[in-house]
Design a protein around this ligand. Structure first.
Ligand code: CA
Length: 228
């Protein structure tokens, strides 16, 4: 479904990979998988995930190396990484290597615990996906109630405009290209003309108009749109 966060699971053990993917999907997230470190690096470029669950021991390129590479590149450094490891001593070692992983989980782990750690990471990068309130200046978006307020007034938004505003409010200041908005709001598998984005941004601007309030959405010529 469009808008759901994508979790990349990197695990070479087929059974463990399947169990993880199954449980994460059951939480309502999208899952992509990779069996090896080099494959993971390719997948991240093709389908940038919102969070990565990364096993340490992997064929070809180790989890540590994958983590180090992703964290040292500007494009991918902000993607949270949860490292999986068989033993606590290994985790201590990974920590010592300063790979930049955001969290560490020892195998065998409980799925419930791993999911809780996933949500913690998503709360930082995709707050709307875990039912948080998002605020930007006088705009407040309540994910749990599925409502938007501006200067205290409740606004009426269509479902597409709601998803658009969610994307904008998760990362104020980020310039979104039309293609990136299509991926996030409409989903990667749906063909929609990029001018459709302009139409819905127009509707969102109109819906956000309250009294003398300013238009919070900026058109960036040749690039796309941003909030603020
Ligand atoms: Ca492994």
């Amino acid at each position: 479904m469009a808008g759901e966060p994508t979790v990349l699971v990197v695990e070479d053990e087929p059974a463990q990979r399947e169990v993880l993917a199954y449980n994460i999907r059951a939480e309502g997230f999208q899952v992509v998988t990779a069996e090896a470190g080099d494959e993971a690096l390719v997948v991240v470029q093709e389908t940038p995930p919102d969070v990565i669950v990364l096993d340490w021991m992997l064929p070809h390129v180790s989890g540590i190396e994958v983590c180090r590479q992703l964290k040292s590149s500007g494009d991918t450094a902000r993607i949270p990484i949860i490292m999986l490891s068989a033993r606590t001593e290994e985790i201590d070692k990974v920590r010592g290597l300063e790979t930049g992983a955001d969290d560490y989980v020892t195998k065998p782990y409980s799925v419930a615990e791993l999911l809780a750690r996933l949500r913690t990471q998503l709360r930082r990068t995709r707050p709307a996906s875990v039912g948080e309130r998002l605020e930007y200046e006088d705009i407040m978006l309540d994910m749990a109630e599925h409502r938007v307020y501006r200067a205290g007034a409740s606004l009426s938004l269509g479902p597409t405009e709601f998803r658009l505003l969610t994307a904008f409010m998760e990362r104020p200041g980020r310039v979104w290209s039309r293609e990136q908005l299509l991926d996030r709001v409409w989903g990667r598998d749906i063909y929609v003309d990029s001018r459709t984005v302009d139409v819905h941004v127009g509707r969102l601007r109109k819906a956000l108009r309250v009294g003398e309030s300013e238009d919070p959405i900026r058109t960036v010529r040749g690039a796309g749109y941003s909030l603020g």
